[in-house]
Design a binder for this molecule. Structure first.
Ligand code: HAM
Length: 418
């Protein structure tokens, strides 16, 4: 028996109605802020990701699904995230010249991580990216928009952490101090942090190892190395958040695992999913467009981990996917008439969900299937109905007597259920 690849899950028809509600809610909210959808390929040149995300990041070093293409021997990679592809597509399609953009995308992403609750090798994101806005107003818009997404989904216990990473010059100066500090405490560093000390020391701040907490808490703070412009940008953002009464904590250790960020970064966190606590994460990436060959363009965005969001909201989502009606047909003559009738009912009642019984069987077993389908009513065509040219309607969830209706009366009645 061939099984699915470790860390890659099926989403079954029992689950998809819940996904649809969540996705449609998100779509509606994003549209209400003027964001438009972009679709990019799942495969990109490997270099797009190594250049954007950074050579010495976990994603690029260890987690990408990379292979050599058949004909031109190019190195290709299944996208581990959506920002790099979105930036490439915007540059390539001329969407950044003399214009601003608000874009969203959704789809599967691939990272070869150790699978655990809330962490998969194929997972889904809904991401948004904005281009051409350099002020803190767009950072605030992104955060307010995500907050209104949580509200629309009935999710009230996420907490927001924010930080500023300043400019690359700020980080370079800070990096030196940080390496000095951690080198002086080399013995206290765990293996991972020792490895990161010279390759990516800021990531040590992100360590989840409790033994490192005191050391990290006492480390010099990046905030003290920010230039005036970055500080002003950050206080511009916090003042809008304060006005809008959005609660947040400034987490000086929030550095993010991708190298393209500058200035504002943020994460929405839950305490309900164990170690995988970030449901949504993002920030500014003002240098990325230029770094990928475009004209210098300020940019900011975020991405939501859909499996994590699904886990948090599935209990309160109420999909409306059950059939309204189930058609029972008890003879060959009834089938001949019933299947045509069903076509007319679907045309006559827009939005009607009507399931034909297929596969024969006794009246009793067909009623059992009707009940199990969750339908509100069973429509029955048997010999009596054929001769009287009517359809019997049995109410499966209401205490009402069976009725015999003409086709016109049935259309009228079913309209009340849609
Ligand atoms: P990220 O923090 O790598 O950022 O991923 C964003 C979100 O995707 C995470 O907060 C998490 O919810 C979800 N996620 C990441 N990896 C996994 C996984 N293995 N399994 C399940 N869920 C996962 C980015 O990807 C950036 N592109 C976000 C961004 C957009 N920044 C600016 N614009």
């Amino acid at each position: 028996m061939i099984q699915a690849i470790r860390g890659m899950k099926d989403i079954t028809p029992d689950e998809t109605p819940y996904w649809h509600v969540i996705e449609e809610t998100i779509r509606r909210v994003l549209a209400s802020y003027g964001y438009r959808e972009m679709r990019t390929p799942l495969l990109e040149q490997t270099e797009l990701f190594s250049r954007s995300i950074g050579e010495v990041t976990d994603i690029v070093e260890k987690e990408m699904y990379t292979f050599i293409d058949k004909n031109d021997r190019n190195s290709l990679t299944l996208r581990p995230e959506g920002t790099a592809g979105c930036v490439r597509a915007c540059i390539e399609n001329g969407l950044l010249h003399n214009q601003t953009q608000r874009i969203w995308y959704t789809g599967p992403m691939f990272r070869h991580e150790r699978p655990q609750k809330g962490r998969y090798r194929q997972f889904h994101q809904v991401g948004v990216e904005t281009f051409g806005f350099d002020g803190p107003d767009i950072d605030a818009e992104l955060i307010l928009m995500s907050a209104s997404l949580w509200q629309a989904l009935g999710l009230f216990d996420l907490t927001l952490e924010i930080n500023s990473l300043g400019s690359s010059e700020n980080r370079a100066a800070y990096r030196e101090t940080l390496v000095e500090y951690f080198s002086a405490h080399h013995q206290q560093l765990d293996e991972d942090s020792q490895r990161r000390l010279h390759s990516n020391p800021l990531r040590i701040l992100d360590s989840k190892n409790p033994d490192m907490k005191t050391l990290i808490d006492s480390a010099p703070k990046l905030f003290d190395y920010l230039d005036e412009e970055s500080k002003e940008h950050f206080s511009g953002l916090t003042s809008i958040l304060d006005q809008a009464q959005i609660n947040y904590t400034v987490n000086p250790c929030l550095v993010r695992g991708l190298d393209y960020y500058s200035k504002t970064v943020f994460e929405w966190i839950t305490d309900k999913l164990g170690a995988q606590s970030a449901v949504c994460a993002g920030g500014r990436f003002d240098s990325l467009v230029e770094h990928l060959g475009g004209k210098s363009t300020p940019a900011a965005g975020f991405a939501i981990g859909m499996e994590r969001l699904f886990e948090l909201v599935k209990e309160q989502v109420q999909p409306n996917h059950l059939p309204h009606a189930y058609l029972i047909m008890t003879s060959q003559g009834a089938i001949n008439k019933g299947l045509l009738l069903a076509e007319q009912l679907r045309k006559g009642v827009p939005g009607l969900r009507l399931v034909n019984h297929c596969g024969g069987g006794s009246m009793k077993s067909q009623f059992k299937k009707a009940d199990k389908s969750g339908a509100s009513v069973a429509l029955v065509i048997g010999d009596d109905e054929l001769s009287s040219n009517t359809i019997a309607v049995k109410f499966l969830r209401e205490d009402k007597d069976q009725q015999h209706l003409s086709q016109e009366e049935l259309i009228q009645m079913l309209s009340n259920y849609v």
